[in-house]
Design a protein around this ligand. Structure first.
Ligand SMILES: NC(=O)c1ccc[n+]([C@@H]2O[C@H](COP(=O)([O-])OP(=O)(O)OC[C@H]3O[C@@H](n4cnc5c(N)ncnc54)[C@H](O)[C@@H]3O)[C@@H](O)[C@H]2O)c1
Length: 359
C-alpha cells in the first residue's frame, strides 16, 4: 500500500461512530482523543474499575504527592475527553444488557475492545477477574456485534505481545506461532481465537492489535517506564535486574495510536481481517531506559539486582506487516519519546508537589 498521509485518514473517519469498551483507560482515552480530533464520533463505555479515582482516593499507604499526581492524571483524562466531545457511559461490559443499552443508544459502526486487567502481574493475582474482564466482556461485545448483522463493519481487539511467550530469536512477526504463558497472555490468545472464530463463522470484520511495553502521558499503570521516572523523582533506586540487559520493544502511546487510527480508517469492511504488531519495532534494554531517566534526573540512583529465574525473554516485534498494509511508520525512538514523557512527568510531579503543599 502506498503511504497514505496520516491527516487524510480523517476523510475515512468522518461519519464513523466508534465505541471503545474499556476506553477510559490509558490507551482508550488517548485513542478517543485522536479519533475525535480526526472527525469520528466517539463513545467510551467503561465501568471505571481499573485505575479508578475511588481506588486512588482511598488507598491507605499512598504517598500524598503520588495521590495528587494520579488524581490529576485521571481528572485530566476526563477534562480532555469532555472538551473533545467524547461521550462516556459508566457501564460494566460484563453485563450483556447494560452493554446492549449502550449499543442501542450509540449505534456504533466500529467497536474497539480494550477492557482488561492490563497487567500480567496483577492478572496473576486475580485469575478469575482477569478472565471475566477480558473474555466475558469480549463475548458480550462479539454477540452484540453479531446481532446487528453487518451494521458494525469492524471489531478491533487489543491483544498483547505476551501472546508470543518467550522469544526464541531476536524478533517475532505475526506468523510466529504463539506460545503464551500465564493467565493474562492465555486470555489474550483465547480472545484472539474467539475474534477469529466470529470472523470465520459470522463474517465479522476484525482486527487484532498486538502492542508492547507502552509508555506515555497520564498512564498510571506503574509499569517500569513510569516507575523509573517516579523513583528517580522520589529518591528511590532504579532496579536493574541482571544489569538491566532485559529487552522490550518500548512504544510511545502516540505511535500506537497512529497504528490504531490507520487500522480503523483503512479497514475495508466485513471481509477484511488482519493481525498487526504495532510497536516501535526495535527492542531496547532496561539499562537504555534508565540512561534516559539519568539524563533528565542526574541524581537518579541505579542499582543492580540478580535476574529473576522466571523473567520472560522478549525482544523486537517486527512491524513489516503494519508498514506494508497500513503505511504505519513509528516516529518516536526511546531517546525522543521516552525523554519527552519523562519531561512531562517531571512537570506533572512538580505540579502535584505544589498542590499537595498548599492543601
Ligand atoms: N498498556 C500496555 O502496555 C498494553 C500492552 C499490550 C496490551 N494492552 C492491552 O490494551 C488494553 C488497554 O490497556 P490500557 O493500558 O489502556 O489499560 P487500562 O487499565 O488503563 O484500561 C482498561 C480499562 O478497561 C476498563 N474496564 C475493565 N473492566 C471493565 C468492564 N467490565 N466494563 C467496562 N470497562 C472495563 C477499566 O476501567 C479501564 O479504564 C488492555 O486490553 C490491555 O491488556 C496494553
Amino acid at each position: 500500500m502506498s503511504h497514505i498521509p496520516y491527516e487524510s485518514l480523517s476523510e475515512k473517519l468522518i461519519g464513523q461512530r466508534i465505541m471503545l469498551i474499556g476506553g477510559a483507560g490509558f490507551i482508550g482515552h488517548n485513542l478517543s482523543l485522536e479519533l475525535a480530533r480526526l472527525g469520528a464520533t466517539v463513545m467510551i463505555v467503561d465501568n471505571l474499575m481499573v485505575n479508578s479515582l475511588i481506588e486512588n482516593a482511598f488507598t491507605q499507604d499512598q504517598d500524598p504527592v503520588q495521590r495528587t499526581a494520579y488524581r490529576n492524571f485521571l481528572h485530566d483524562r476526563f477534562s480532555l475527553l469532555r472538551a473533545a466531545r467524547v461521550e462516556l457511559r459508566n457501564a460494566d461490559a460484563r453485563i450483556l444488557t447494560d452493554l446492549g443499552r449502550c449499543f442501542e443508544e450509540f449505534e456504533p459502526t466500529k467497536v474497539v475492545h480494550l477492557s482488561a486487567i492490563a497487567s500480567a502481574v496483577d492478572a496473576k493475582q486475580e485469575p478469575g477477574l482477569c478472565f471475566d474482564l477480558q473474555l466475558i466482556t469480549l463475548r458480550n461485545t462479539l454477540e452484540l456485534v453479531r446481532a446487528t448483522g453487518q451494521k458494525i463493519n469492524q471489531v478491533m481487539f487489543m491483544s498483547s505481545s505476551t501472546v508470543y511467550g518467550d522469544f526464541e530469536g531476536d524478533s517475532v512477526d505475526e506468523r510466529t506461532f504463539p506460545r503464551p504463558e500465564g493467565i493474562y497472555a492465555n486470555a489474550k490468545f483465547m480472545g484472539e481465537r474467539l475474534v477469529r472464530t466470529y470472523r470465520t463463522q459470522y463474517g465479522l470484520g476484525t482486527t487484532v492489535i498486538r502492542p508492547s511495553a507502552l509508555y506515555g502521558e497520564r498512564c498510571i499503570s506503574r509499569r517500569v517506564s513510569q516507575m523509573f521516572i517516579e523513583n528517580a523523582l522520589t529518591g528511590k533506586p532504579l532496579l536493574l535486574e541482571g544489569g538491566g540487559d532485559g529487552r522490550l520493544d518500548f512504544t510511545y502511546i502516540r505511535d500506537l495510536v497512529q497504528g490504531q487510527v490507520r487500522a480503523l480508517a483503512l479497514h475495508s469492511g466485513p471481509v477484511d481481517s488482519n493481525t498487526f504488531n504495532i510497536t516501535f519495532g526495535n527492542a531496547r534494554t532496561i539499562a537504555d531506559l534508565a540512561a534516559v531517566v539519568k539524563e533528565i534526573v542526574p541524581e537518579a540512583v541505579l542499582e543492580d539486582r540478580p535476574r529473576a529465574a522466571d523473567k520472560p525473554v522478549r525482544g523486537t516485534l517486527s512491524i513489516e506487516r503494519a508498514r506494508d498494509v497500513l503505511g504505519f511508520e513509528p516516529e518516536y525512538t526511546l531517546e525522543d519519546g521516552y525523554k519527552q514523557y519523562c519531561q512531562w512527568y517531571v512537570d506533572a510531579w512538580r505540579r502535584a508537589q505544589r498542590e499537595t503543599n498548599f492543601a
